[in-house]
Design a protein around this ligand. Sequence first.
Ligand SMILES: C[S@@+](CC[C@H](N)C(=O)[O-])C[C@H]1O[C@@H](n2cnc3c(N)ncnc32)[C@H](O)[C@@H]1O
Length: 235
Amino acid sequence: MKVNKEIYVQQIFSSIAKRYDFLNSLLSLNLDRSWREFAVQLSGASTDSSVLDVCAGTGELAAAYAEAIGQHASVLSTDFCFSMLAVGQEKFKNRNTSFFIPIEADTLSLPFQDDTFEIVSVGFGIRNVSHLQKGISEMIRVTIPGGRVVVLEFTQPAVPVIKHAYYLYFKKVLPLIGNLISKNRHDAYGYLPSSVMEFPDCYQLKMIMEECGLVNVSYYLRTFGIVAVHVGSKR
Ligand SMILES: C[S@@+](CC[C@H](N)C(=O)[O-])C[C@H]1O[C@@H](n2cnc3c(N)ncnc32)[C@H](O)[C@@H]1O
């Protein structure tokens, strides 16, 4: 990884913040919305759930919670990239709701007491955190006993023919389009596939979540196994 990972990740997301949502929809062929909806569904969130979404970016997962449990859902959204949160704030400013409450904070050091939230989620973010185990442990720390930690993340498809087609798109086409449209100097859309390749596969991630202390960890695949949602409970 070039320079310090945290600084590099912050630079990347600051530089693409304004085009992040548009490129997400374009490059995922608009599937990203359904992936977030699926994660929210698996979280078991209900109207009175207290939810924390870490690495929240522009608040798309918070919006998915609101869609599922009502516009008065209260979702605290943390991220260490101010520009991403600012795009979310601007986007939702005309929706008179409490579902996106942005807080600038590092997932490795969350500004909340132990045992605070019923659900703590992360969407396409934990892969970017410089220390995976510490990030998950910190999410667990702020979850109430019996609460759930939900991780939505890209993973590597297992079926060979899907894998080849997907890698062709993910490693060649996506960086080309992404960097071109975002006019990015930091190779943000080259970083995306390389970070997914370096990330543990879904079975390894399940083991890591269990090692961090979660129980009953299950994972569910989406879209030919390119995306996984892991859900575990805090004892
Ligand atoms: C790919 S975006 C995901 C945004 C959003 N969750 C979504 O579903 O679109 C990853 C986000 O993680 C944030 N991030 C990465 N490492 C972080 C850390 N250690 N603490 C807080 N935010 C972090 C980045 O700033 C970025 O906004």
